[in-house]
Design a protein around this ligand. Structure first.
Ligand code: G6Q
Length: 543
């Protein structure tokens, strides 16, 4: 990535898009479909087992042509190659960005500083598989000789959200005699509730932390250690009940975990891009090594698609460009992700970190303040639940909210007519958002004149629909990689560093300082008047 790229708003495609957007804004999707019914099948891509219908967007072929031109002018192709080949594209941390190497097959070669990292990746995967087999079969015994029944992943942010999401998403494939819990919050309630009904003799903790210094994780890890030792009363028990996933061998040793029970990864794996590294150990324990391999294969095939497919048929490229289109030319502040699958209930939360920590930036690679919008807010809930709460605002509110609907043709739990009812709602929602209901249509139903405005649906509200056959480990890998690469595309267009996260630092530093002050009972507070008062009141109230 060049720090001296032509500023985005000076690219000719950008300028063309600005005036093109003005010609699109007055057009209604009703009109766009009426004059061009084929758009419903033309503006779609069927690739990697994902049917991506983007016809219900406020676009024409010209829009796509200009967006693709924007991608070309932004040098997207060479940036993709730079990422895949291990260039240090995370410039503020001087790091390569190689989550794609985590799912590369054994035969691949990916060089970082002249060294092929693929053999190391597979060595760790093999060690994870051997360990998983021992836990899943009951061969691995706890300190008192009982097999492990409970696995608790302690981690936060990238060391938590991926594992939680993947566990929930792939629960159908999980070994049901193992219980999985996830502790992330520094709030002691998280740990207390996760362990309230568990026996330390049968519980394994995975301490998942890239740095092994994160306050939340280390506090929870120390609490877990005390909880274990309170019952097992012997330091030697730690080796049987604790494993670590980390890049920081020294810190792991310091904590007392045998490095034989440590699964490593590397500084070129960003936290929010790490669910397919050893951070996914809980996922592998749940679904087994073979299914984990399928998950990785799904990621890899989307990687290949992203790297090798022409942009006009490239799922992450199209998806990323559409996000840019609404954020920058329609002032859309948010994107709603609406999976119609209960197993994907944590998918929006996972995407929040992936998208917002990556693209919530306001300076370009050269440090200049941007004069356009960058990463929108991602949010969502599984359907149909959301329909009975916030969809009202999407349909009739004043905000334009592009939506991603995600549905599967086959259910993993065939129960009566549930699945057809579920999918009917996906199609109905996308249709209602796009085409709405006019005042004439409402009046023709015999609605009282004074109620007509309330019952009108303007429509013209854009959405993508992603239709897949089945929620398999492979499909999940493809979906996650699709969003990862879409985020990458956006970051390239916006000329930002999608792989750092300096925005989380200041709060951490200030909290550390305040922890010291609380320990000193608030002596000599030197904050602003509001913060001083809040700390003082807190100390008084807690007495
Ligand atoms: C992700 C971020 C962040 C990180 C957590 C946990 O991209 O870097 O969410 O994953 O702060 O960090 P550790 O794994 O080092 O504990």
């Amino acid at each position: 990535m060049s720090k001296t790229a032509t500023p985005l708003t000076q690219l000719s495609a950008w300028k063309a898009l600005e005036s093109h957007a003005e010609s699109i804004k007055p057009k209604h999707l009703r009109e766009l479909f009426a004059v061009d019914p084929e758009r419903g099948t033309r503006l779609a891509v069927d690739a990697e087992g994902i049917y991506f219908d983007y016809s219900k967007h406020r676009i024409t072929d010209e829009t796509i042509k200009l967006l693709l031109q924007l991608a070309e002018e932004s040098g997207l192709k060479s940036h993709i190659e730079a990422m895949f080949t291990g260039e240090k594209i995370n410039i503020t941390e001087n790091r390569a960005v190689l989550h794609t190497a985590l799912r590369a097959p054994k035969s691949a070669k990916v060089l970082v500083d002249g060294e092929d990292v693929v053999p190391e990746v597979h060595k760790v995967l093999d060690a994870m598989a051997a360990f998983s087999d021992r836990i899943r079969s009951g061969e691995w015994k706890g300190f008192t000789g009982k097999p492990i029944k409970n696995v608790i992943n302690i981690g936060i942010g990238g060391s938590d959200l991926g594992p939680v999401m993947a566990y929930e998403a792939l629960k159908h494939y999980s070994q049901r005699n193992l219980t999985f819990r996830f502790v992330s919050n520094i709030d002691g309630t998280d740990f207390a509730e996760a362990t309230i009904d568990l026996d330390p003799e049968e519980t394994l903790f995975i301490i998942a932390s890239k740095t092994f210094t994160t306050l939340e994780t280390m506090t929870n890890a120390h609490t877990a250690r005390s909880w274990t030792l309170a019952k097992l009363k012997d330091e030697k028990a730690i080796a049987k009940h604790f494993v670590a996933v980390s890049t920081a061998e020294k810190e792991v040793t310091k904590f007392g975990i045998d490095t034989a029970n440590m699964f490593g990864f590397w500084d070129w794996v960003g936290g929010r891009y790490s669910m397919d590294s050893a951070i996914g150990l809980s996922t592998m324990l749940a679904i087994g090594p073979d299914n984990f391999k399928k998950l990785l294969a799904g990621f890899h095939s989307m990687d290949q698609h992203f790297r090798n497919t022409s942009f006009d048929k490239n799922l992450p490229v199209l998806m990323g460009l559409l996000t840019v289109w609404y954020a920058d030319f329609f002032d859309a502040q948010t994107v709603a992700v609406l999976p119609y699958d209960q197993y994907l209930k944590r998918f929006p939360a996972y995407l929040q970190q992936l998208t917002m920590e990556s693209n919530g930036k306001h300076v370009t690679l050269s440090g200049a303040k941007v004069n356009y919008e960058t990463g929108p807010i991602f949010w969502g809930e599984p359907g149909t639940n959301g329909q009975h709460s916030f969809y009202q605002l999407i349909h009739q509110g004043t905000h334009l909210i592009p939506c991603d609907f995600i549905g599967f043709a086959k259910t993993l739990n065939p129960l009566g007519e549930h699945h057809d009812f579920l999918m009917a709602n996906v199609f109905a929602q996308a249709e209602a958002l796009a085409f709405g209901k006019t005042a004439e249509e409402v009046a023709a139903e015999g609605t009282a004149a004074d109620l007509v405005p309330h019952r009108v649906f303007e429509g013209n509200r854009p959405s993508s629909t992603l239709l897949l056959e089945n929620l398999t480990p492979e499909a999940l890998g493809k979906l996650v990689a699709l969003y990862e690469h879409s985020v990458f595309v956006q970051g390239i267009i916006w000329q930002i560093d999608s792989f750092d996260q300096w925005g989380v630092e200041l709060g951490k530093v200030l909290a550390k300082k305040i922890i010291g002050e609380l320990e000193k009972n608030g002596e000599g507070l030197k904050h602003d008047a509001s913060t001083n008062e809040l700390i003082t009141r807190y100390l008084k109230l807690k007495k």
